[in-house]
Design a protein around this ligand. Structure first.
Ligand code: ADP
Ligand code: MG
Length: 326
């Protein structure tokens, strides 16, 4: 199968609706054309590399889902609405069943969030699979930028955290040794959170009137919250007993569980700050978007991030999140 047949077969028919566009040209020309109404366009890109961001034997359907999900999560963190996406992919060979499953996972998520695949690039790699997705969305000023947190804001996170990190640790361990039955059960209960994250697109948009700053948790709660604090030149107190743990975490060592919640990446949940007067409205946003939100702390005037345990003691030696070049 040549390049053009491959594009036609797997990446040309996007059945996602492009409700936000006044006119539209998709895959097949040198550029896509999108007619847009008033507002601001938000644009983001993520790169996924075999062996670094995903295991070589990952289910291609789930990988297709995740390649788009991580970008939709960035759109969600800007409280914006998905519009369209572009897919760049480099493959060492044409593997038809792999491509069929990958494109199915990608397009199914694209359809669910009305994010049409309007273009991309397809090429051969010397070795390994490289994927890069660019997503476009529509939003409106003011955006919940990282620099917009205010003194006294509540700090919130969505979802239940920690499962992706536990799943990743088990998958890495499984490459070395045979997992015990308990570990296999734990992997079964956490793996979907790693391999098939659900971007919080609806929650992000609903929160917009009430929040100041927002970020999606891709590199770990502490690290991503630190980005808000650094950009806003403020600090935070976070209460360990308020952190929402994924239920499977109650079956691992307490220190490992806390570490997974604080420093585990690949969550794609939202962390945001908001004035205390909007607590009820924010709870309602979660109900209306079938998600959950948890108030975990406050923005303070120091520039430190302090974690307090249930006894009110400062937790020392906080774990670090993920940083590719650290
Ligand atoms: P060009 O050479 O002008 O860059 P290509 O021959 O690379 O165009 O691609 C032909 C068409 O197919 C373009 O509209 C391009 O956006 C689209 N396309 C290529 N690869 C992909 C892909 N992986 N997913 C979606 N569209 C793609
Ligand atoms: Mg061209």
């Amino acid at each position: 199968m040549d390049e053009f047949a491959l594009i036609r077969q797997y990446f040309s028919q996007s059945t996602a609706s492009i409700t936000e566009c006044t006119s539209y040209v998709g895959v097949g020309d040198d550029c896509a054309v999108l007619g847009v109404r008033q507002g601001e366009m938000v644009i983001c890109k993520d790169v996924l590399i075999e062996g670094r961001h995903f295991f070589s034997d990952v289910d291609p359907f789930l990988l297709g889902h995740k390649a788009l999900a991580v970008n939709l999560s960035d759109i969600a963190a800007m409280a914006a609405k998905p519009l369209a996406c572009l897919l760049g992919i480099a493959l060492p060979r044409v593997d038809a069943p792999w491509l069929e499953a990958f494109s199915r996972g990608f397009k199914r998520l694209a359809e669910r969030y009305d994010c049409a695949l309007v273009g991309g690039d397809t090429t051969r790699s010397e070795a390994g699979i490289f994927i890069s997705v660019t997503a476009l969305g529509m939003g409106r000023q003011p955006f919940p930028l990282r620099a917009n947190a205010a003194l006294g804001d509540d700090i919130w996170v969505s979802g239940q955290l920690g499962a992706p990190k536990i799943a990743l640790e088990l998958l890495l361990k499984q490459q070395q040794v045979t997992l015990s039955n308990n570990e296999l059960k734990l992997l079964a209960d956490t793996r979907e959170r790693l391999e098939q994250p659900e971007p919080q697109v609806h929650l992000g948009q609903l929160l917009k009137p009430y929040i100041h700053a927002m970020i999606d948790i891709s590199d770990g709660l502490l690290q991503d919250l630190s980005h808000i604090l650094a950009a806003s030149q403020l600090g935070a107190i976070v209460y360990a007993e308020r952190l929402p743990l994924h239920p499977a975490l109650f079956r691992v060592d307490a220190r490992q569980a806390l570490n997974a919640v604080l420093a585990g990446g690949d969550e794609y949940q939202l962390c945001f700050t908001a004035p205390a007067k909007y607590r009820n409205e924010i709870e309602q946003c979660a109900l209306n978007s079938d998600s959950s939100v948890h108030r975990i702390g406050q923005i303070t005037s120091s520039t430190e991030l302090i974690l307090l345990d249930a006894a009110g003691q400062v937790v020392e030696n906080l774990p670090q999140g993920f940083n590719h070049f650290s």
